[in-house]
Design a protein around this ligand. Sequence first.
Ligand SMILES: CC(C)(COP(=O)(O)OP(=O)(O)OC[C@H]1O[C@@H](n2cnc3c(N)ncnc32)[C@H](O)[C@@H]1OP(=O)(O)O)[C@@H](O)C(=O)NCCC(=O)NCCS
Length: 176
Amino acid sequence: MAQVRVLTGDRVTLRQPRLDDADELFAAVASDPEVTRYVTWMPHPDVAETRRVITELFNKGKERTWLIELRDTGEVIGTCGFRVVQPHLREFGYVLGRRWWGQRLIAEVVDLLIAEMESDPKVRRIAAVCHVENTRSARVLERAGLTLEGRLVRHTVFPNIGTEPQDVLQFGKAVE
Ligand SMILES: CC(C)(COP(=O)(O)OP(=O)(O)OC[C@H]1O[C@@H](n2cnc3c(N)ncnc32)[C@H](O)[C@@H]1OP(=O)(O)O)[C@@H](O)C(=O)NCCC(=O)NCCS
């Protein structure tokens, strides 16, 4: 498993996921169908699946994943990360447990993640997509300084919605 470095904000810490995070991550985030509605994975049926994802998927190959911890309490509140699509291009994503929505915590997470991606001199473009109806996420991306570049039709299958590919909004940001 690749190691990611610790990124510290005012209210959150982003750090390497560990196997012993599985119980909290499962209970607060990965098992909740409201959280997974607009992501490309199904809610985890049990904590064994969360353990498998931590050990077999996180920080493998071209994926980098951080666990999001609330600094005040040390609680596990979500995950975020990026994928190296091409040497100059990163695509990122994030999930927060529902009880932490609406506090602008994700803005801090995204700022830390963008700064980390931009610290690599090879990176010239940072991008993200969200389901057309995921208005919360679209606001997060706009506020973080990404530009809405268009609507990509029939782009992604969201398994919690159905088998038909769905339209997404494409956001991007040039890194000079
Ligand atoms: C997307 C997500 C991280 C946003 O987190 P959050 O804590 O709700 O984010 P914020 O508190 O910054 O709110 C985001 C925006 O949504 C707005 N919002 C709040 N409730 C809303 C609602 N019911 N419908 C639409 N927008 C809403 C907020 O006002 C805010 O906009 P503003 O900055 O213009 O005020 C969180 O909802 C989440 O984890 N969702 C599930 C996973 C997911 O969809 N990930 C993204 C995949 S692309």
